[in-house]
Design a protein around this ligand. Structure first.
Ligand code: KG4
Ligand code: ZN
Length: 374
């Protein structure tokens, strides 16, 4: 990162609003958005275009990296053009261009980051390389003003973490998954139940007609006092039970049991983190973000846990729970406001822990496939 003095809080530009184009291509959504950040820190989404590749991957039951990268190449031009048109702006109105630089499928990340670099070079704009997870971390600010610091539960297809968020780019990880992410568990169990991809929304729909009370699913890491998660035992048990289901009603009952079990684990670990937070911090705000935050049972369970501990609870608007570029544009604008811009030769990163210090120093989560990914 280098400092751009004229965008910092001391610089002349800091008195005005910042308008930033954001690009997101780290998984199976090609997305572009224009966001305006007021001097007071309020975000206005001027446009948010998301092209989902679900149809391209559906036949394979999951995201195929090569297909994703190729599709991003085909779509990015048109998606960015639409985002600029819907915002009603020309490139002259932009103060910067932000692009996801990781973590994610590196072929896709390279497409958005290269496009962002091209715009930055052609228009003489600063480039802001954004960590995709930092985008999720600020996403609740797209719906309403959210003051720092807050406790964040980030639950998506690739990540499941509890984080203390003190400001943009200032985060400490309090807990993470030691195996699968919550969204991954939703997706894999949905697949075992014969549901399509992405599994989370499909499983939620099936669970609406089920009653999971008769299933006794395993509860992970019960003896531990930390804030870590584990979903692989649940996944294995649920996959075995799915094979034994004979009727649609049985499948719906199992879906309900799985959804409840995932929500319960998220809530139990959050409860520990909330209690520890309350001892040290005066501001009691709990935020949930990421694709799994779109799940109604997860939201209501977490809200109850937050309220029980005397915390306010916030979640992003539904459209900004799953991957989008508005959150990347906002994270970029907040970085730009602080004068944090990137070198034009910034590389795409398949793995990029939000809190690199914890990731490197916690032996349980050494920077290998599982630790750094999570
Ligand atoms: O944040 P996201 O769009 O992408 C990542 O950064 O991973 O999250 C996608 C994940 C998928 O695993 C998807 O199944 C899950 O979020 N998801 C849901 C729901 N909507 C999306 N899981 C449960 N219930 C939902 N309604
Ligand atoms: Zn995401």
């Amino acid at each position: 990162m280098k400092m751009a003095a004229d965008y910092s809080s001391e610089g002349g530009r800091a008195t005005g609003a910042l308008t930033v184009l954001g690009l997101e291509t780290s998984c199976d959504e090609t997305a572009a958005s224009v966001v305006r950040l007021s001097p007071e820190g309020e975000a206005t989404v001027l446009s948010s275009v998301v092209h989902s590749q679900i149809d391209d991957h559906a036949a394979y039951g999951g995201v195929v990296p090569e297909i994703a990268a190729r599709s991003h190449v085909e779509m990015i031009d048109g998606v960015v053009r639409r985002a600029m048109e819907e915002a009603g702006l020309t490139y002259e109105a932009l103060d910067g261009v932000a692009a996801t630089a990781g973590p994610g499928l590196v072929g896709g990340v390279m497409v958005g980051l290269s496009f962002g670099k091209a715009v930055a070079l052609a228009r003489g704009l600063p480039l802001i390389a954004v960590n995709h997870l930092e985008g999720h971390a600020v996403s609740a600010r797209l719906g309403q003003p959210v003051a720092y610091p807050f406790l964040l539960l980030l639950v998506s297809g690739g990540h499941c973490q509890l984080l203390e968020v003190r400001g943009v780019g200032e985060m400490t990880r309090l807990g993470t998954t030691i195996d699968d992410a919550a969204g991954e568990a939703f997706d894999k169990i949905a697949k075992a139940l014969g549901l399509g991809y992405p599994g989370g929304p499909a499983l939620e729909k099936l669970a609406d007609t089920g009653d999971g009370a008769r299933f006794d699913l395993p509860r992970a890491l019960l003896g531990r006092k930390d804030c870590d998660f584990s979903f692989s035992g649940l996944k294995t048990a649920a996959a075995r039970l799915a094979q034994a289901c004979e009727t649609d009603q049985q499948r719906a009952d199992l879906a309900d049991a799985v959804q409840t079990a995932i929500a319960r684990q998220l809530s139990e670990r959050s409860d520990r983190a909330l209690k520890a937070w309350a001892e040290e911090q005066p501001q009691r705000l709990f935020v949930v973000a990421g694709g799994v935050a779109a799940n109604r049972t997860v939201r209501t369970t977490l809200q109850a846990t937050a309220e029980k501990n005397g915390f306010a609870f916030l979640a992003p608007p539904m459209a900004y729970c799953t991957d989008n570029a508005a959150m990347i544009a906002l994270a970029g604008a907040e970085r730009l406001r602080k004068g944090l811009v990137s070198d034009i030769d910034t590389a795409a990163r398949p793995r990029w822990p939000l809190d690199e210090y914890s990731a490197l120093n916690d032996p349980t989560h050494a920077p290998g496939r599982k630790g750094a990914k999570a």
